[in-house]
Design a protein around this ligand. Structure first.
Ligand SMILES: [Zn+2]
Length: 208
């Protein structure tokens, strides 16, 4: 049982941190100034800070099933707004991962009860990219591609928000789409063309 060791581990962690820097927690207590908002999946295999080699204070983190950015989700929208407008992060990252159970569930026709509403957002991504996805014969490749397209569309959803548009114009905020490969541990930059999407969608979604 993992929980048995949690508090013992915590004591060791405190000792390790203080051994390197005796002011470590005193400094942490002063406040946060993260450069990065990380939006990832809740999947237990996908950590936020650890896979990037970051520590406490480095990233403002939001995680949900399949790393979604949904305009009607008050929780996610509050995180984006707070991180971008108040903490003034310089980068927003949407990080998906291969073998994502949420994406897999959205690919299957099944009534999953309360999850249906959330998965519908991923099914919408499938619908938008229906032609490309249906042209892929290999199911595994199709699954991987939907993971990537989902990240891309969540980046677009970020760009639709007034907070991101304003921060881009005022101080050059950047949005990034990444995928974590759970099979290899590798982090892949999808090189989402932020400028292009911004230009494309401004015509309709221009808010600020
Ligand atoms: Zn996932």
């Amino acid at each position: 049982m993992i929980l048995k060791n949690v508090f013992k581990n915590n004591e060791q962690w405190i000792k390790d941190k203080l051994a390197v820097d005796s002011n470590y927690f005193e400094d942490l207590g002063k406040g946060q100034n993260p450069e990065l908002l990380f939006i990832g999946c809740s999947d237990s295999r996908v950590t936020a800070e650890e896979l990037m080699g970051l520590g406490p204070g480095d990233a403002f983190v939001h995680r949900n099933i399949a790393n979604m950015v949904v305009g009607t989700d008050a929780n996610g929208m509050s995180v984006v707004n707070y991180a971008v407008t108040h903490l003034k992060v310089k980068h927003v990252v949407v990080c998906g991962h291969y073998a994502c159970g949420g994406v897999k569930a959205a690919m299957q026709s099944a009534d999953l009860g309360v999850l249906n509403g959330w998965l519908r957002n991923i099914r919408d991504v499938y619908r938008m990219h229906h032609d490309e996805l249906n042209a892929i014969e290999c199911e595994d490749k199709k699954y991987d591609r939907l993971v990537e397209l989902n990240v891309q569309e969540q980046c677009v959803n970020l760009i639709k928000t007034a907070a991101v548009q304003k921060a881009y114009r005022d101080r050059g905020l950047k949005v990034h789409g990444w995928v974590f490969d759970v099979h290899t541990g590798k982090l892949i930059d999808l090189k989402v063309d932020f400028e292009k999407y911004l230009k494309d969608i401004m015509e309709i979604y221009h808010l600020d």
